[in-house]
Design a protein around this ligand. Structure first.
Ligand SMILES: [Zn+2]
Length: 441
């Protein structure tokens, strides 16, 4: 299987990744006009918002006119639950997915057969970009079902011609057995679940480094560059970032190439903008803001200027791989994940980066928030390596001091810190639970 390393990271479907910029803009504008007309004709909420702005689809004269269009936000999906944003009749809709909301009703998304074919193509391009080929054996350990992760990767991996193991999430011991017995070369799951697999494999006497596994396609939760280093060092594989969200399609909106320099957005299908989340004004490439995406092909449920809540920037420079698609800086934070502690804004990924910069820690941590006498308290729990844990008290105190300092440098907050033994923090089989907020309880 190692011969795959020498094959170029592309597939015939990847041709669109290399479109000359002027041609790409032509494709985008043609598709945008069709999409806006479709939403205007079939989605009452979109038509109402266009009417309020006194806009008609024909007012789109160039691609840049997209900034005139109204935004779509997550609550629009909730408010129109379940089918209010559908632009296709039920006879054309062949699949639904849904993401569990934190409260109440889920968010529902719909697909026509053509939408599923487009999604499959996006996954083919995603996997091809990070060097996955038809002779790879792919273990899809994302959850199958209403969540878009499992089935999304599944059909794309099959269309690529790879051999797919549809194992879904969980059943960790069996995952490791199949990985070893089948000679799995590629795994798709959340980065936190892969860390759990590495640990569990070691307990079972299996060293992942000895297996043919060479590539991980990780997503569905924010993770840092420090986490990537830990994963690669601990497993000997290359870890790539796949980005997506069910409101837009699921995984496959963007994927890293073998240069690992941030996910390339499949711009001919998903038009990206960066806006200032406060003023909602567009921002130039290279500046940080909220990612806004417009689906350029989706028929069943077009999303026009959807505010993702993901904070990132569009890289202004061309990637060394030659793709003309722009890259987003890897998403370390979502505005939804923002914590406010004693009036200071903070993201869990900042804590992750601060912890993993210090030697002796393991990439398993949890943030516990409480309120005492009306004052927010933050305790950060982190696992430490077995040798550190068995060290004398002085060594532990030293490490604790270093970590408190590292967190304070990154966030400006002095946290209480608790070092815990390996395997103390509960492992997740899907998205990791990094924060326990007891302030509202
Ligand atoms: Zn690239």
């Amino acid at each position: 299987m190692s011969k795959n390393r020498d094959l170029p990271p592309m597939h015939p479907a990847s041709a669109m990744d290399f479109l000359p910029p002027a041609q790409l803009r032509d494709v985008q504008f043609t598709r945008l006009k069709e999409m806006v007309q479709r939403a205007f004709d079939h989605v009452a909420l979109f038509r109402k918002r266009m009417d309020e702005k006194r806009l008609k689809p024909s007012d789109l004269r160039t691609l840049d006119d997209i900034v005139k269009l109204p935004f779509t936000v997550k609550t629009d999906l909730r408010d129109t639950y379940p089918f209010g944003l559908c632009a296709s009749p039920m006879k054309d809709i062949v699949r639904f997915h849904a993401s569990s909301g934190t409260t109440g009703k889920p968010i529902v998304v719909a697909y026509t057969q053509e939408d599923l074919n487009d999604w499959t193509r996006a996954i083919v391009r995603s996997l091809a970009a990070c060097g996955v080929h038809n002779n790879d054996i792919i273990q899809v350990a994302y959850g199958y079902g209403l969540f878009t992760g499992g089935l999304g990767l599944h059909y794309g991996a099959e269309a690529l011609g790879a051999s797919v193991i549809p194992i879904s999430g969980g059943n960790t011991d069996r995952q490791i057995m199949l990985m070893k017995d089948f000679g799995v070369t590629v795994i798709c799951c959340t980065p936190s679940y892969f860390l759990h697999l590495i640990d569990r494999a070691a307990e079972m006497g299996v060293n992942i480094k000895d297996l043919p596994l060479r590539t991980g396609v990780f997503g569905a939760e924010p993770w840092t560059e420090d986490m990537r280093e830990r994963i690669e060092a601990g497993s000997g594989i290359k870890a790539y970032d796949i980005y997506g969200l069910s409101e837009i399609v699921g995984p496959g909106v963007a994927n890293e190439c073998t240069y690992q320099a941030g996910p390339h957005i499949f711009e001919d299908m998903f038009y990206p903008e960066i806006i200032d989340p406060k003023t909602l004004e567009p921002m130039p490439d290279g500046t940080e803001g909220e990612l806004v995406l417009t689906t350029l092909c989706k028929r069943a449920m077009p999303m026009i200027r959807y505010r993702t809540r993901d904070i990132t920037s569009l890289e202004p420079t061309r990637c060394a791989c030659g793709r003309t698609l722009r890259r987003i800086r890897r998403i370390g934070r979502r505005s939804d994940d923002m914590l406010i502690i004693r009036g200071v804004n903070l993201f869990p990924s900042q804590i992750e980066a601060a912890l993993l910069k210090v030697e002796g820690t393991l990439p398993h941590y949890q943030i516990v928030l409480t309120r005492e006498a009306d004052l927010d308290q933050m305790e950060v729990q982190v696992e430490v390596t077995p040798d550190v844990f068995s060290d004398e008290v002085r060594g532990l105190e030293e490490l604790k001091k270093k970590l408190v300092h590292s967190i304070e440098t990154v966030t400006g907050i002095r946290a209480a810190l608790r070092l815990v033994a390996p395997h103390t923090i509960q492992r997740s089989e899907g998205k990791a639970k990094r924060v326990i907020d007891k302030r509202k309880m």
